[in-house]
Design a binder for this molecule. Structure first.
Ligand SMILES: *Cc1c(COP(=O)(O)O)cnc(C)c1O
Length: 239
């Protein structure tokens, strides 16, 4: 991809690739949402993406997101921010003030803290259950048992301020497409099972796929792809 092309051009290119992949996989048009992952990129880059029609964004770190997003959201309330990075319990209070979804829920304790903080400010928040499917990533529920325990608690009505919407995963960092595909298909299969077992919850979202593997993810049933580098360019971690 030409690194000199603008954010607008890159967004268009990715939207086209998503449409193409939807068609090829026999999925309906618009069934895959595009999230722009803006971590390590400045507010100007986010505004540029917004001007090009992008409304859904993702950030990893609460501190960074809390500096960039509240001013943007107050100006443009249609902007939606999801937290996608591992979340410490002591960061939840801040995160629920501006995020509309926490995609990286990986333990029951975190659900309890999200409920507590959302109840305080009388706000509801969406969540996804992050599932560990790839060897190299450390994030996410490790066992189906622990995941079920959390979903069960939601189904019982223990968390009135939490809206469970589905699942998220990160494929292993590898060039081996077979392993990547296996990671995505295993989450799809698990999600189909859990969706049936807990049909009172609407666990329809499948957040999978990043810059390097979103086409594969769409073929395997992704409903939301999280794309950073292919939109904003390489991240500068020295900043
Ligand atoms: C950084 C990040 C992304 C985006 O990765 P790119 O390879 O830059 O597209 C997606 N999901 C999560 C959880 C991330 O941390």
């Amino acid at each position: 991809m030409n690194t000199n092309s603008s954010i607008k051009e890159k967004l268009e290119l990715i939207r086209n690739k998503i449409s193409e992949a939807e068609k090829k996989a026999g999925r309906s048009e618009g069934s895959v949402k595009l999230m722009a992952v803006s971590k390590f990129h400045p507010s100007q880059a986010i505004e540029e993406a917004f001007t090009a029609g992008q409304l859904l964004f993702g950030e990893n770190r609460v501190q960074e997101a809390s500096e960039k997003f509240p001013p943007l959201i107050s100006q443009h309330p249609e902007i939606e921010l999801h937290m996608i990075g591992q979340l410490q319990s002591n960061k939840v209070k801040k995160a629920v003030e501006f995020a509309s979804c926490i995609q990286s829920v990986d333990r029951l304790e975190l659900l309890k803290e999200i409920e507590k903080q959302c109840a305080k400010i009388e706000r509801k928040i969406k969540i996804l259950f992050e599932v560990h499917t790839g060897e190299e990533s450390k994030a996410g529920y490790e066992t189906e048992g622990s995941l079920r325990e959390s979903i069960e608690e939601c189904a019982k009505g223990s968390f009135p301020h939490i809206i469970p919407c589905g699942f998220m995963t990160m494929a292993p960092f590898t060039e081996d497409e077979k392993l990547i595909r296996k990671s995505f298909s295993s989450l799809r299969e698990l999600s189909e099972k859990l969706r049936t077992d807990y049909c009172e919850l609407k666990l329809t979202e499948l957040s999978m796929g990043m810059s390097g593997d979103f086409i594969t993810a769409i073929e395997e049933g992704s409903t939301l792809v999280r794309v950073g580098t292919a939109i904003f360019g390489e991240r500068d971690y020295s900043k």
